[in-house]
Unconditional design. Structure first.
Length: 189
């Protein structure tokens, strides 16, 4: 069984309970209880991720053990949107940071920054971004540290090229459309 939304990737869902399949925005899970919920790996596994109440977004990678939890920071404004992020990096080290979304540049960004921008655009009603599972999740699952900068523009273009070469032109178009939304946001700020 594959994670829906990661077209052509085929990541296994063995590490996720079926009620909390690996979706980038897990806010629907929070209505079930007044405490944080936990998701653990299949029997014999050692990954343990936490979904945090009150956050717009939580994601975790059973591959790398990394976590991201995001919500708007109290200092956030319409002119200067700021996302408060906490999580665990590839080394298991906990971190917190504030990401000023107007400063996120897809050509030199961390997976945490790109995920924060995606969450922000989705919250503002960007249907193209909201419907996507997002390549930042794939980078997070592939041992790219959530706090290490990379060129997401090249990453998206390479991924889209791979999909096109595999005959998945529609899927490639979806990712290129999503990349354009990030680039457009950066150009207009």
């Amino acid at each position: 069984m594959s994670v829906s939304g990661l077209q052509g990737v085929g990541y296994p869902m063995a590490g996720y309970p079926t009620a909390t399949a690996c979706r980038n925005n897990m806010k629907n899970v929070f209505g079930k209880s007044g405490t944080s919920e936990q998701a653990s790996a299949a029997p014999g596994g050692n990954f343990h991720g936490t979904l945090k109440m009150g956050y717009l977004h939580s994601e975790f990678s059973p591959v790398s053990g990394q976590e991201l939890h995001m919500k708007y920071d109290e200092s956030s404004t319409d002119v200067d949107p700021v996302m408060y992020v906490e999580g665990k990096d590839i080394h298991g080290k906990s971190f917190t940071q504030k990401i000023h979304l107007n400063d996120v540049n897809a050509e030199n960004a961390t997976p945490a920054e790109m995920t924060a921008l995606r969450v922000h655009l989705a919250q503002r009603g960007d249907k193209s971004v909201k419907a996507s599972s997002g390549i930042p999740l794939m980078a997070l699952s592939s041992h790219q540290d959530v706090n290490a900068s990379m060129d997401f523009k090249k990453y998206y273009e390479s991924w889209a090229s791979t999909l096109e070469n595999a005959g998945l032109k529609q899927n490639a178009g979806v990712y290129m459309s999503e990349l354009e939304r990030y680039l457009f946001y950066h150009r207009t700020k």
